[in-house]
Design a protein around this ligand. Sequence first.
Ligand code: URA
Length: 209
Amino acid sequence: MNMKIEERTELMRKIKDEVVALKKSPLYGYRRESGNLPVIGEGNHSAKIMFIGEAPGRNEAKYGRPFCGAAGKILDQLLESIGIDRKEVYVTNIVKDRPPQNRDPNPEEIKIYGPFLDRQIKIIQPKIIVTLGRYAMNYIMPKFGLEFEVEPISVNHGKVFTVPSQALVEWGWKDHEIKVIPLYHPAVAVYNSHTLDQLKKDFEVLKNI
Ligand code: URA
C-alpha cells in the first residue's frame, strides 16, 4: 500500500494528538507534573530505516525529541560513520513518555504505548527495522514472526533477520521485504567502550545491506 507523504504526516499528527491526551497512561501524571513532553518520533515519514529505542530520557522529554541526549550523540556518530543522514531515517521509541528516574519501561507501559509504535511502523513501511536494546528487540521480533529467534541481545546483536512472508501478510503487506537488526542500546555505549566498538562493527552490517 503506497501512501502519499501528506497522508503519512496526517496519520502521524493523529498519533501525536492521541499520545498528548493519553490520560489512561500511568506516565501521564508524571509528564504533566514534571513539565515533560511526550516524544513521538522524528525523521522521514517514508524512511527505509526505522530505529526503535525504549523510552525517552531526561533530555528527550525536555525537548520532545528522541535520542537528543548522550545516547543520541552516539547514535548520530554511528549514523555518520556509515554515511547516513539522520534526516533520512525515522527514530522513535516503544514508550512515548519518560518513566520516572529513567527506570526501564514496565509491561503495562509497553502495552499502552506499543500500539502507537505499531501504527508508526504501518505508516512508514520501513525496509529495515533496527531495534536499540533488549526492550525494543523483545517487542519487535515476536511482532514480526521472529519469536523463536529471540535470544539475549549479547547473542542477537548485529544479526540480520528476514521477516517471514506470513508475518508480512499479517501486517497487510504483500511484495514487501523487511529485515530486523537488533543492536545494543547506544546508552550502554556511553560508559562502555566495548559496547561502542561492537556497535560500530554492527553499523557496518547495516551499511552493507
Ligand atoms: N533512550 C531511549 O531508549 N530513547 C531515547 O529517545 C533516548 C534514550
